[in-house]
Design a protein around this ligand. Structure first.
Ligand code: AMP
Ligand code: MG
Length: 407
């Protein structure tokens, strides 16, 4: 039995990064940039008006009236030569005419029979976005290893790009095993159990940015297990659940080895999730996870998710942690580190954590009620009021001092 950290190191040392592909911008959302992006041109490409107003030269001698000699709407250029002392009506986003260095907003002017009058002090250079103000040609704007968010997509589009090089999506086959399993949607049967793991694990894969492929259920025979593993190993990664303990009908680990897989570990010193195996088969990582629904999900958190993130190019692969004050004492009388499911809430800027009511590895409610994991070492306890580090599981977690506000 190895430690959680050793298991994580073994996994991350063995897996590489997926190849790079060029994809249309919107398909890149949430993916990782594989090549640095440089600006092809100055942005903006010319001096632009930041207001609806009048472009003038601030160097012109003081005057009462400025004749308006042209009009430049957004999207066009001024064709008239503008002399000092003349004004050009200009709209936001339009290119500032040569010779002009300032835009006076409409609200700072008054119409006169001969043009306009300035009703406030002139601020030379104001309301112009200068050429290259945002970016200079060949500036490094996006670095490889960073995530593509909506703002990166907008920036790339603004630089004339319609595609971007990102790491390929990871296809993850998910195989459930067990004669007791029924497909979701089946009528209840006291001798059977519904295959929920395929769904929970697929959802975790989706959240990590992978592409889950549900390849069904293998019966508890060596032949069926082999057939399904052969199918699953066509993907970039295979996750199996169940059949990896020491039961008479647990065939997963042996089958992987019979198929030529290299077993890198089996059994990790943790609860839940001890009977987890990791192997390389046909050059692909295989995670053989326990069947118990909570154990399987916790094993994904600890081992599969970091692997998915590393393979898809992420530089930060572990979940964030927060410090929380324990509302009640927690105790681990067992011999293995316990990953307790916790409910963390934010009150007056501080986190409070409490263990979820069930801690059974079979009860998904221990996770649905919770949003974090607390690692409690073997034979140890933390009393109420202690501060502890909790791994953040949720998207919906109340982060730091972010105030979501109310309507
Ligand atoms: P196993 O590791 O195969 O002995 O399974 C351990 C427990 O997890 C058993 O109670 C199974 O019924 C349950 N289990 C196994 N696979 C699944 C699954 N795909 N969905 C839900 N529960 C499962
Ligand atoms: Mg089983």
């Amino acid at each position: 039995m190895i430690s959680i950290e050793s298991a994580q190191h073994i996994i991350l040392d063995r897996i590489g990064v997926l190849p790079v592909e060029e994809v249309p911008l919107l398909q890149a959302l949430g993916r990782i940039i594989a090549k640095d992006v440089f600006t092809p041109w100055d942005a903006p490409l010319a001096d632009k008006s930041a207001m609806d107003g009048y472009a003038i030269s601030s160097r012109a001698p003081k005057r009462d009236t400025w004749p308006v000699v042209d009009f430049v709407p957004a999207g066009s250029m001024c064709t008239t030569a503008v002399a000092p002392g003349e004004a050009v009506k200009i709209m936001t986003g339009a290119t500032v005419p040569p010779g002009c260095d300032t835009v006076v907003p409409i609200e700072d002017t008054e119409q006169t029979p001969d043009g306009i009058r300035l009703i406030r002090d002139l601020k030379p250079g104001s309301h112009i976005r200068k050429r290259g103000d945002d970016l200079k040609e060949n500036d490094l704007v996006l670095t490889s290893g960073s995530i593509v968010r909506p703002q990166e997509i907008g920036l790339l589009a603004s630089l004339g790009k319609t595609t971007i090089g990102v790491y390929r999506k990871l296809r993850v086959a998910i195989l459930a095993t067990g004669d007791e399993l029924l497909d979701a949607g089946s009528a209840p049967d006291p001798s059977r159990i519904i295959n929920s793991n395929s769904y929970s694990l697929a959802a975790q894969v989706l959240e990590a940015g992978g592409e889950p492929l549900l390849i069904g259920i293998a019966a508890d025979t060596s032949e069926a297990t082999k057939e399904k593993i052969s199918e699953g190993i066509q993907a970039d990664m295979l996750i199996t659940t169940g059949g990896v303990s020491v039961g008479d009908r647990d065939f997963v680990k042996e089958t992987i080895q019979e198929m030529g897989g290299e077993l890198l570990f089996w059994k990790v010193n943790m609860k839940p999730g001890k009977p987890v195996a990791f192997a390389m088969l046909a050059g692909k990582p295989v995670f053989a996870l326990p069947g118990n629904p909570v154990a399987a999900m916790v094993a994904v958190e600890m081992f599969v998710r970091p692997a998915i993130l590393q393979m898809t190019g992420h530089s930060r692969i572990m979940k964030p942690k927060v410090r929380a004050t324990l509302a009640e004492q927690v105790t681990n009388r067992g011999e293995r580190p316990h990953l307790l499911r916790m409910r963390v809430t934010l009150k007056n800027g501080a986190y409070t954590a409490i263990a979820t009511s069930s801690q059974s590895s079979a009860n998904l409610t221990s996770l649905t009620e919770g949003n974090g994991l607390l690692r409690l070492e073997a034979n140890s306890s933390l009393s109420a009021g202690c501060s502890a580090e909790i791994t953040v599981l949720d998207h919906g977690f109340e982060m730091g001092s972010i105030n979501y506000g109310t309507l």
